[in-house]
Ligand binder design. Sequence first.
Ligand SMILES: [Zn+2]
Length: 679
Amino acid sequence: MRPTYVCLLAAVIAAPLLSQETPLTAVPYTPSLDTEFMDRSADPCTNFYQYACGNWNKLNPIPPDQAGWDVYSKLTDENQRFLWGILQQAANASGARTPNEQEIGDYFHACMNEEAVERAGYRPLDPMLAQIAKLNAISSLAAYVGDAHHRGINRGVLFGFGAGQDYDNSSQEIAFARAGGLGLPDRDYYTKADAKSQEIRSRYVQHVARMLQMIGESEPDAKADAETVMSIETDLAKASLTRVEKRNPYNLKHTYTPDELRGLTPKFDWDTYLTRIHAPEFQKVNVTEPKFFTALNNELDRHNIADWRAYLRWQLINSEARYLSPKFVEANFEFFDKYLRGVQQMPARWKTCTRLIDRQLGEALGQVFVARTFSPQTKQDALKMTREIEAEMGRDIKDLTWMSEPTKQQALLKLNAIVNKIGYPDHWRDYGSVQIDPADFLGDVTHASEFEEQRQLTKIGKPVDRSEWYMSPPTVNAYYDAQTNDINFPAGVLQPPLFDPKLDAAPNYGQTGATIGHELTHGFDDEGRQFDAQGNLKDWWTSADAKAFEDRVNCVRQQYAQYVVVDDIHINSSLTLGEDVADIGGTLLAYIAWKHATAGQDLKPADDLTPDQRFFVGMAQWACGDQRPEIKRMRAITDPHSPDEFRVNGVVANLPEFGEAFGCRAGQPMMRANACRVW
Ligand SMILES: [Zn+2]
């Protein structure tokens, strides 16, 4: 679980399902450029997104069980239907199954047995609720929190603890203590003063009370306890850094000894806690947010044990509700999905189960996915394109007019050190020790969580395993990790319509080429540039070059701050800056790489589009889609990516190559007068 500095290509939009759906035996083919999705009545120089994607939403309305629907989430959904088939087969297989098939098949069987889940109600939580009920002093909290974290049940209660890469020595894993303890999706939900935020908070308190009643509290008690929960969480939220503050890695780097950690939160019994989570010995711990731990100590002082029991009951039921009987799943859905995200209908059970197994046993399920969908040829083709785009970035760095020679040398060193990880891991994770029982769903969830918690915790004190992946192979996404300096493209994102061997080079470079360029650029965005070739947090820039860089990214910051997400909410462009810079840089790199790759070829127009126009329409069509207003509001707070429309229009408006391809005139919306250019 990499908490920081992993730059995803896109925010993950939870997928849904329709009741008539059946498992897929193959992921359906969609071309990477489809003129059906275009709205040719729109002027590409006024609104290119509308021109390239205007019909996509008409042909692909948001399904009722989705908060949004776009090319990525649709492909994610199709992958899940394919995984569903794999799981069904593994669950029903008579006769010999491989150990992997047995593991994922039995887990799927347990998860799909809704009758057993219904019968169990919330009884699987009884032992933990009983443990909470027995807490009689503040000093007794640590044992419970340690047990909860150890079992991976309610792993975020109070705070987070685990391994992380040392900012000063990127080859070493050390202990990390992180802020946590909240129930709403971001600390800003607790602090914003506008009317909508106040409404959300009051609905949240009602939801907390409802859930507490469902585990047996009287209505007056549940109401009072919900207010207590809100009070504790609000204080913790106020002491937590904002997402923008967390984008500066120096804000998260605070090295403590174990004794200093004890001194920071003396009311918390760290020794008992560390024993209960089975933590290895350590001499050094990075406390990402010391202010949070000081506030936590104040809260432990301010609230009596009865208040904490209420908080722990809520945190437990909130974290486990989706694994309990349908009435808990529904209540959880009502608030977090329907009210906060705008989803109209609950996803089908098979989808919930497929996603859970992808999350918990992802490399066991992913192995089968890779074997059936990802050819060695695709891997080779993707690697070839990656190397071309890396070479282009090298040329780009050498030609920069605003960067001095010494910084260029360091930048090239970093570029050459980037490791390309394509498709799937070299070594598959072994889940053999995870005990899976086809008749014990919550037991399976717990065993898989416990396995993952221990896998993470035992990293403390060990060298970093740079071969590890933080996404499962079927995932439709990609990431750059600044601390390992590698780019990662799971097999799931290297399929049509994103990577399409059947189509010409133009849309492929526009889509996957731009994605590769995007991830590469993250190594050199406002956040990534602060890490060196080995992934250490280390300044390798001259101050004049750093200043020139800042001026250039400020251009992007100002540009995106103008765009409106929904109602009167603008893009928080200090949050999206890294992604916006990566979008612009990635597209330009892909365009130049495509020009080089096809130099001397006689490229012909197709579908009434010139080759250059095909590049840009292909590039735009990765982002076709729409979101419900509720999720737009949420993502304006939580998502470091700009909305899809601006990930297209904001990019092309900075590229004279685009204006030329479509014959745009200066002063038109897609031809910004003062175009921004960083890379
Ligand atoms: Zn990104």
